[in-house]
Ligand binder design. Sequence first.
Ligand code: ADP
Ligand code: MG
Length: 362
Amino acid sequence: MNRSFNKANGMIEEDPDNRKRIFLVLIAASIILISYLHYSTNPGIRDLHNVFAELYYIPLLMSAFTFGLRGAVIVYISISLIYFPHVIMNWTNATPFVANQLLHGLFSGTFAFLAGYLVDREKRNREQAEKDRYLAGLGQASAAIVHDLKNPLISISGFARRLNQGKGDVDTASEAIIKSAEDMEKIVHDVLDFSKPHNMDFRETGITDVINEVLEYCKMKADEKEVVLSVYLPDEISTISIDRSHLLRALINLVNNAIEASDKTGVVDVMAEFEKDSLVIRIKDHGAGMDKETLENIFIPFYTKKSSGTGLGMAIAKKIIEGHKGKIIINSKQGSGTEVIINMPRDEREIQINMRRNRDTV
Ligand code: ADP
Ligand code: MG
């Protein structure tokens, strides 16, 4: 069974200020409504007034949840000030009345205080946990980078020392030094690529050119492993508004992963086609596939199963594709291979230009 995993689904996030504004209006409206019911209802109908008094818990609860302790206390004082004249106007010295008013005031005050305090404590705990998680992530990321840089660095210093002592073969040593320096360069590039904000420069670009350039970049790695890159591309005229260098980077990462996962003499298919109003790129290998754990962690920065991997390729690719308002979907089956599907919306305006161009050339 093919496992389909999509971590790139967009989520609509609520604006917290907007939510607070809505709750503020609801709190004010409910206080006004409940107070109106108190003042407009015959004071003799005690049971009804008791019910109305209980209704004040609704704005109290809303204020505690939305604004914490401070909000709950302010709302409690406001309700007390509005409700107080009604109590005075209908004051009787009967013990149940006095006890009822006092108890109600005391309970609702304690309730507001407690609810607000608990909400504030929960918020503080959540913020602390977030800070801890961030610091732990930062620590892990730094450890991963240092770990990745350590091996090539040891190799460079080892070979350089041997050269300095006149030991070993110069060609072998210089080749090893160059290879290690290239590994370090790749790690540094990946980390920079991942950490710096991506300022996208969108330009109308022929997709055939981009894919061909990706294949040029990946050819050496494929040849080394005798992997065949099989390509299916749309007509020359197909263009899309993209940031060329960033999309190149994302696609190179994905094709390199496919080559690395392939067996010797395997085939990697790279396909691009326009479907309705989007560009779909598929990179399919017939290699090892992924287990559940890899599928679940694949977009997490620094997650790698390779001894010489940085674990940043997929995270960078996802960030870049999302920068194009696109989605990245992985279909993978252990032992059969992996298909990475990229779906990027095409600029509405550009589709029309292209359709016109196509019409003109027919
Ligand atoms: P890296 O390639 O440096 O390990 P990536 O972020 O590119 O980092 O990939 C993370 C992990 O996802 C890889 O280590 C590998 O286990 C898995 N992976 C990525 N692409 C494929 C693929 N096409 N087939 C199988 N596994 C893959
Ligand atoms: Mg990779």
